[in-house]
Ligand binder design. Sequence first.
Ligand code: F3S
Length: 78
Amino acid sequence: AKFTRINQETCIACGACGASAPEIFDYNAEGIAFVLLDDNQGIEEVPEDLYDDLEDAVDGCPTDSIKVSTQPIELQEI
Ligand code: F3S
């Protein structure tokens, strides 16, 4: 299983992740990314058919703000 979460402290609203993985990531009013699946809680499994999109997004983020884990991602891990 994979879980993902955006570190919104380091996201610079570049907009790359939503282009790579529009079913996983969207942006708030300030352009900061969040995970659509669970409102950026890091608790909802990413569907396997979106793994390639997720990998593209991780590789494309200039600030390394997209966290991915095999476990649900707690706030303090970010
Ligand atoms: Fe932010 Fe990285 Fe996405 S900077 S908008 S999390 S690609």
